[in-house]
Write a protein that binds this ligand. Structure first.
Ligand code: AMP
Length: 498
């Protein structure tokens, strides 16, 4: 097993900057930025960080699609700190909540100086800081026990919950990624189509930058799937990690898509259906296709399954298997008592290993309920995913056990939307369900127990509380909610009304 340290990971990036100075590190919004520019930008931000007022090691980064934002991440890491992403399109209240939960004192921001910034923090503007390209590896004062980042995911009680990931967790991910056998070189052109609030972005920028390859980003203000296809086609991309929703959108164009340059096409974040993958495989005649799986809590992804072009793929209800554990961890399917289920019997997928986080940010209760002690004496993380393993040890994914949904790959606790809608109405019952539309894309419907009223104010209110992908696309009124045998609101019966 590859047991590299996080300082090794940073040394790889430093070497890319040293050896490939004139080659492009990024292609952003139609412009290339060389490794030299990347190195200089990191260095300027490092100097500014060293001179910051507070010595707190958690640093906020306002996410923009530019070289300063990516450089900020590496400057933060090289200074022995962790980053906390703050999305400029998220409601201010949500960002402020994250700032106070972490107690952030410093925020790096590449936005222009005339942009409003009323966060209660020391703001460091990162545009035009002066730096040079001398990144001396001995200067990396990092250790694997420190945090690398804290990501806030949707929380069912109406508050985003913090997932702290250590530098050792990231180093373990990098090691087990390369253990799969992926060979990335300075000639690769790698797609980075994720918001930096989503941990799949970390693979998409970190792996290429370790190898001197070029990272191709996707701006916020474009139709994502067409932009991605144009990038693949015009720039002959060679590696791409995406959520399956993207190829569901691209499906009508499969006949026209031909990207022979693609070597590795990875999918993560949601169920990957075999039929759509078969169509996609024809668009990328030379690519190896992988279904990879994992929650944020287990650092980016932790299992992998290679799609077989010649057929004979393992599936459950048309969904491709998520395969086996990567090298730095282990997985078990456990029953309600915490015992491993026999082959073929479903249970909760539970995870353990060097990629696994220690617990939620300042939330002992949530942490305790997220882990289970298994028969092998280790503390496993309970994913909430219903799975079974076959006789070869491959894991079949059957769906979620709770009310978590995936919208374009983003994790959404339906309870968080319900919380805010109930808060708006005060006296009305609200239930959200996720459903698949005709194009197999997941959408959110909201049911309100009431006579029909205008929803404009509700939607405006939700927009001040939630990111755009969490706003329901359908709102329906039901005078009295149906109940199930346990006397609970019958979500299934409500869903059948769609
Ligand atoms: P997140 O923490 O946002 O990455 O969400 C993790 C959840 O996404 C998992 O617990 C699964 O429910 C789902 N997920 C991730 N990858 C896959 C996959 N390849 N197939 C099916 N579901 C997936």
């Amino acid at each position: 097993m590859d047991d590299r340290l996080f300082s090794d990971v940073l040394n790889f990036v430093a070497k890319s900057i040293e050896f490939y100075g004139d080659r492009p590190a990024f292609f952003i919004d139609g412009e290339s930025y060389t490794y030299k520019v990347f190195g200089e930008t990191i260095s300027g931000i490092r100097t500014a960080l060293r001179n910051r007022n507070s010595k707190s090691s958690n640093i906020g980064i306002v996410l923009n699609n530019d070289v300063e934002t990516y450089s900020s991440i590496f400057a933060v890491w090289m200074e022995g700190c962790a980053y906390v992403p703050l999305h400029p399109h998220w409601p201010k209240e949500r960002c402020q909540d994250i700032i106070s939960q972490v107690g952030l004192a410093t925020i790096l921001d590449s936005s222009s100086a005339d942009k409003d910034d009323s966060f209660d923090c020391n703001l460091i503007r990162t545009k035009n800081l002066q730096g040079n390209c001398e990144i001396q590896k001995n200067e990396f004062n990092v250790n694997d026990g420190e945090l690398a980042y804290i990501l806030f995911t949707s929380g069912s009680t109406g508050k985003p919950k913090g997932v702290p990931i250590s530098k050792g967790n990231v180093a373990a991910f990098v090691g087990s990624f390369f253990d799969i056998g992926f060979e990335i070189t300075e000639n690769d052109r790698v797609l980075q189509c994720f918001d930096l609030t989503f941990d799949l972005s970390v693979m998409s920028y970190l792996i290429p930058l370790m190898k001197g390859a070029c990272v191709y980003t996707v701006p916020d203000n474009v139709v994502k799937y067409t932009y991605i296809y144009d990038l693949m086609d015009e720039h002959n991309l060679t590696v791409a990690l995406m959520v399956p929703s993207i190829i569901n959108y691209l499906k009508p164009y499969f006949d026209e898509i031909d990207v022979p340059s693609m070597r590795y096409s990875l999918f993560c974040g949601e169920a990957l259906y075999e039929d759509v993958t078969a169509g996609w495989a024809k668009c990328l005649p030379n690519a190896e296709i992988y279904n990879v799986y994992g929650p944020t809590e287990d650092t980016i992804f932790c299992t992998y399954y290679k799609y077989q072009r010649e057929g004979g793929n393992k599936t459950c209800n048309g969904i491709l298997s998520i395969g086996k554990s990567m090298s730095s961890g282990s997985i078990m399917v456990l029953d309600e008592e915490g015992h491993e289920t026999p082959v073929g019997e479903s249970g909760e997928l539970c995870l353990y290993g060097r990629q696994l986080f220690d617990g939620y940010w300042k939330d002992k209760e949530k942490t305790e309920s997220a882990f289970v002690l298994s028969d092998d004496g280790n503390r496993y993380y309970k994913t909430g995913d219903l799975c079974y393993r076959d006789a070869d040890g491959d894991i079949m994914y059957m769906g979620r056990m709770d009310s978590q949904a995936k919208i374009q790959g983003y994790r959404v606790e339906l309870g968080e939307i319900e919380f805010h809608a109930r808060d708006f109405f005060k006296d009305r019952n609200v239930v959200c369900v996720a459903y698949e539309n005709e194009s197999k894309l997941t959408e959110i419907a909201m049911f309100i127990e009431s006579d029909e009223v205008s929803t404009d104010e509700l939607v405006s209110y939700l927009r001040t509380k939630l990111p755009a992908y969490m706003i329901p696309t359908r709102i329906m009124f039901v005078q009295v909610f149906p109940l199930n045998a346990n006397g609970k609101t019958d979500r299934k019966a409500l869903k059948s009304k769609l």
